[in-house]
Design a protein around this ligand. Structure first.
Ligand SMILES: *[C@@H]1O[C@H](CO)[C@@H](O)[C@H](O)[C@H]1NC(C)=O
Ligand SMILES: *[C@@H]1O[C@H](CO)[C@@H](O)[C@H](O)[C@H]1NC(C)=O
Ligand SMILES: *[C@@H]1O[C@H](CO)[C@@H](O)[C@H](O)[C@H]1NC(C)=O
Ligand SMILES: [Zn+2]
Length: 521
């Protein structure tokens, strides 16, 4: 095998390096310079308020919580990404990824209905701090709405709230913080609730991600709504949202200023955003770019109104690549998530009273780095270079092959040269593998998922990467945290205790929200 490390698709060179510049470090200096005069003024204010109120009032510090969720990312995937990154850059064997440096424990993930959770129950455990059944979006096992930490942060603390994801914004994880439906597939209704058609009114201030189709009237091309409601228009007219989507949304995103009017929604794809491996930077921002923008907006705006903020960030498609058993798409989305973590850690260091928690809702794929093929006792290794030659997700290659079949432009050359050789970086495709692809026929509903499995398998076998399922597993997932008070997250925790931690840290009352939701039903 060739050992070329230059021939790989774009990966951040240094996960921390680029990020040093992004957050100003004026705070410390400023404190020293004006410290003395502030002591004087503060003294006067305290005396004044003491006289006025008859007691000394310590102002509550304004706290911020950044909840990061790496969907479908188990411990073996962390090892895989670290070894890949280290190999790729010929880095020191002791190299750690940004998450490794803030590892505190693990989260146990089973739901109320199964030993193996889905994303809906997984996210509801974080948002409502209680176990529910697979498919539940912000509802308890009896299907009653449960108050979420995001809602309480808004209603009780007047905090600013944001959701930044790479899936449809109506997908299970962001939905479980901002909506209440019995079943996760009710995404049309989730979109309505997210803009403010909700017993609580609007509780979200900022949404970045994909999922335009859920907001478009069924009369509009690309819609996935069952009705003719234009949810973007309702968002603007009834709830004051500023909406960015469609042509030029990347450029509009770039020009958003940090003191932009909220609420603000920017959606960059009709369906999910692209895998990082496939992403065209001129069309869609990367997760870390969306997060960097969201943090600067939330910081500026919350400071102005003298409150804190709650931001939920999801690396949504780490999971989807694992469902497809596509190791290259998986690792690129993981490394993009790690770059985002580096940026958020920096933010936490420079902004007191801010914590970041990062964990997964569950593992996906039963992933292993190391695999036995055939009867011979296996060697102890896996091949990162195989992964480094992949240029496209198996999903995008499957769509390309399916489209060429449907338009009757499919040729052997297109398959072996464009898709397998340059797309997957595979030069030794076997006749049997080609036959598997050729045996695949597009169906009426155009599902290309089975075809993606075939492409992904060619890579996994050559790299000695193993998978045991196209679904989820029950394995405990790593828990990472940084910031004052996060010592409480050390050790082994039920996923619901992460919700409990946020409630305690921010002084929230999710039970009161549950009552409000019940009253208004
Ligand atoms: C669009 O939605 C309306 C209801 O809002 C329905 O009457 C109509 O049949 C739908 N059209 C299509 C093409 O689904
Ligand atoms: C694969 O990736 C390359 C490089 O980014 C791109 O030019 C090509 O269009 C992609 N192919 C498919 C089928 O998406
Ligand atoms: C797609 O269509 C085939 C047959 O037409 C059907 O068996 C299959 O269940 C459909 N898949 C989905 C995801 O709708
Ligand atoms: Zn999930």
């Amino acid at each position: 095998m060739s050992n070329s490390r230059t021939n790989y698709s774009a990966i951040p060179d240094d996960l921390e390096g680029d990020l040093q510049k992004q957050v100003p470090i004026y705070r410390k200096k400023l404190n020293i310079i004006v410290g003395a005069s502030i002591i004087g003024i503060t003294g006067a204010i305290i005396v004044a308020s003491t006289i006025f109120l008859g007691k000394t009032v310590e102002p509550e510090p304004k706290k911020n919580v950044i909840m990061m969720i790496s969907d479908g990312f188990g411990p073996a995937s962390e090892t895989f990404a670290r070894q890949y990154y280290t190999w790729l850059g010929e880095r020191d064997v002791k190299t750690m990824l940004p998450l490794d440096e803030i590892h505190v424990g693990h989260s146990r993930t089973q739901s109320s209905s199964s030993l193996v959770t889905d994303s809906a129950a997984g996210a509801t455990a974080f948002s409502c701090a209680q176990k529910s059944y697979n498919g539940a979006i912000g509802v308890d096992p009896q299907e009653n709405p449960c108050g979420t930490v995001l809602e309480s942060a808004k209603i009780h603390k007047d905090m600013l709230t944001g959701l930044v994801v790479t899936s449809r914004i109506t997908h299970a994880t962001p939905a479980a913080f901002s909506a209440h439906v019995r079943w996760r597939d009710s995404e049309n209704e989730i979109a309505e609730q997210q803009i403010g058609h909700n017993p609580l009114g609007r509780t979200v201030d900022l949404m970045f991600g994909g999922g335009v189709c859920e907001f478009l009237s069924n009369a509009t091309e690309g819609s996935c709504r069952a009705d003719s409601r234009d949810i973007f228009a309702e968002a603007e007219d009834q709830f004051g949202w500023q909406v960015i989507h469609g042509q030029g949304s990347r450029q509009k995103f770039d020009s958003i200023e940090q003191d932009v009017e909220l609420p603000l929604m920017a959606l960059f794809a009709n369906d999910h955003m692209d895998y990082e491996l496939d992403r065209k930077p001129a069309e869609q921002p990367a997760l870390h770019e969306m997060v960097s923008k969201a943090l600067s907006i939330l910081k500026t705006k919350s400071k102005k109104q003298d409150t804190g903020f709650f931001l939920m960030i999801e690396g949504s498609r780490i999971d989807m690549a694992a469902h497809t058993n596509d190791p290259a798409a998986h690792v690129h989305d993981i490394l993009e998530y790690q770059q985002t973590v580096a940026l958020v850690k920096k933010f936490v260091e420079e902004n007191p009273n801010t914590v970041v928690i990062s964990t997964s809702d569950h593992e996906t794929g039963g992933f292993t780095a190391g695999r036995q093929l055939g009867d011979q006792y296996p060697e102890y290794l896996w091949y990162p270079e195989v992964i480094s030659r992949v240029r496209n997700s198996s999903e995008s290659l499957a769509e390309a092959w399916s489209a060429s079949l449907l338009s009757e432009t499919a040729t052997d050359n297109f398959l072996t040269q464009d898709l397998i050789k340059s797309g997957l970086g595979i030069k030794d495709v076997t006749g049997e593998e080609l036959q598997r692809v050729k045996d695949w026929k597009p169906t009426a509903n155009c599902t290309t998922i089975d075809l993606s499995y075939i492409f992904a398998d060619m890579v996994s076998r050559r790299a000695l990467i193993g998978w045991t399922t196209h679904g989820h597993t029950a394995v405990d997932v790593n828990l990472y945290a940084k910031g004052d008070g996060t010592e409480a997250l050390r050790g082994s925790h039920e996923n619901t205790e992460i919700g409990d931690f946020i409630v305690d840290y921010l002084g929230l009352d999710i039970n009161d929200i549950t009552e409000k939701l019940a009253k208004d039903l």
